[in-house]
Design a protein around this ligand. Structure first.
Ligand code: FAM
Length: 433
């Protein structure tokens, strides 16, 4: 039994007991009220989900297992000569709750390297898909195609899964699947954009380093991939993709079905597509104005957009009420490596200009740039096609979502089934108040 497995086993035993005691004691405590507007408006701010892996503080931003973005970037172990931590270290933190030592990260890297080989049929399926297929859909199909390999699903069929051991089978699937996602993604990238010139993995590299290497993109893109995959790994499990993964898994579906559903959840322009929207906006500004764009012109463009009722892409947030530290971390990377990139210069100008304008519109609760603001500019600087951005998002959310569904099984969370209400029921409820 590996040291990692032993550690997880002991944490699960302790947490499970704590969780059950907590539930017994507090299950009838009320934690809030529900307004009709919240039911209609996407359940915004309703505290109805459970995760122990992270929470979003409106002022500090995302807190992973008690650590802020800056603390995680500072404390997690890093590859030699790297400024960004191992993605494997973030996975370890999310799944165990502890900052790993070098040795503990090494163990995860070795587990991932042993398990990342793809079955041949995955390559064949990808090669035979229509060339117009969206790369993120290709990723979802490839993951689904491996579903019959699920250790959890096979054990369930044989009647071996119980509420005490379900987590062990889920852990096997999570560890088998997570390292394969970047290998599939790199293959899709080369297939679609690089004339099918596939690059073989480098066993000496960590997940982020190998992903960039297999895409054929030079340093420091590996650094950005590590940063990006950590920053987007988990956001309190309530966004569309993470919540979908959790919802599907709640019916005791395996990790393959659950994460491919979550990845499909990234398709919409309001979630996974938001990076592209923001990138397109900056690109249009650049194409229309070239380097003639000044603070004054940009101000006027934004005022005109707001007067027309349009949203400024890459600004605002549903929960955060301060600058998103995930944006600031990417900005810092940009300041170091993209200073002369024309789009980055526009994004910099926008950061100095737009918040002041948005602040004048009191209905806009957060005038600051969000996570999606400059990610596309940085990926594109290293040659990534904008249609591939969502695949990179999928790789990132897989880290947190798979850790989350492992804990769903460890804590025996039940199938999710909220109750719906009709307009007439809402009328009736209102009459009785
Ligand atoms: N530009 C113009 N108006 C904005 C705005 C922006 N960037 N952000 C918010 N508003 C408006 C919003 O449309 C709403 O207007 P109405 O009352 O007329 O409908 C009002 O301000 C109040 O909105 P809010 O409470 O501050 O934000 P929401 O929780 O409703 O929405 C966002 C949050 C992120 C959807 C919204 O800020 C937005 O549309 N931003 C631009 C698109 C974007 O960058 N999306 C990526 C978000 C990213 F974090 C992600 O989840 N992937």
């Amino acid at each position: 039994m590996s040291r990692f497995f032993e550690k997880i086993k002991s944490i699960v035993e302790i947490k499970r007991e704590e969780f059950n005691l907590f539930l017994q004691q507090y299950k009838n405590i009320k934690i809030g009220e529900i307004k009709i507007s919240q039911i209609i408006n996407g359940m915004r701010c309703l505290k109805v989900l459970f995760t122990d892996l992270s929470s979003v503080d409106p002022e500090k931003g995302i807190i992973w297992r008690g650590y802020t973005v800056d603390e995680v970037l500072q404390k997690l172990p890093k590859p030699p000569l790297s400024k960004m931590p191992y993605v494997e270290a973030q996975f370890y933190l999310l799944i165990t709750g502890d900052i790993p030592s070098e040795t503990e990260v090494r163990e995860i890297i070795d587990i991932f390297n042993e398990r990342r080989k793809l079955p041949d049929y995955v390559y064949n399926i990808l090669k035979t898909m229509p060339k117009e297929t969206d790369p993120n859909i290709m990723l979802s199909v490839a993951i689904n195609s491996m579903q019959h390999e699920s250790v959890f699903a096979k054990a369930y069929q044989k009647g071996k899964v119980t509420k005490y051991n379900a987590w062990e089978y889920m852990l096997e699937d999570v560890l088998n699947l997570l390292p394969k996602i970047s290998i599939i993604s790199a293959f899709i990238y080369r297939l679609k954009y690089k004339n099918n010139m596939f690059i073989k993995e480098d066993d000496s590299l960590d997940l982020g380093g190998n992903f960039a290497y297999m895409m054929g993109i030079k340093q420091p893109y590996d650094e950005f991939l590590r940063l990006y995959m950590i920053l987007l790994s988990d956001h309190e499990n309530g966004n569309v993709s993470a919540h979908t993964t959790h919802l599907v898994a709640s019916a005791l579906a395996d990790a393959y079905c659950s994460i491919s559903a979550g990845i499909n959840g990234l398709s919409g322009p309001l979630h996974g597509g938001a990076i592209r929207e923001s990138f397109n906006w900056f690109m249009n500004l650049y194409q229309q104005k070239k380097n003639q764009l000044t603070k004054k012109i940009l101000e006027q463009i934004c005022v005109d957009m707001l007067n027309k009722g349009l949203v400024i892409p890459g600004y605002g947030h549903a929960v955060l009420r301060n600058k998103d530290p995930r944006f600031l971390a990417q900005m810092k990377f940009g300041e170091e490596y993209l200073k002369n990139d024309e789009l980055f210069k526009i994004a910099r100008l926008a950061f100095d200009t737009i918040p002041h304008i948005l602040k004048k519109h009191t209905k806009i609760k957060n005038p600051w740039p969000n996570i999606d603001n400059i990610s596309g500019i940085i990926h594109s600087h290293y040659g990534i096609d904008k249609n591939f951005f969502t695949v990179l998002f999928s790789n990132s959310i897989a880290v947190g979502s798979l850790a989350n569904i492992f804990w769903d099984r460890a804590l025996n969370l039940p199938i999710e089934r909220p109750k719906s209400v009709t307009i007439s029921q809402l009328f009736e409820l209102n009459k009785t108040r």
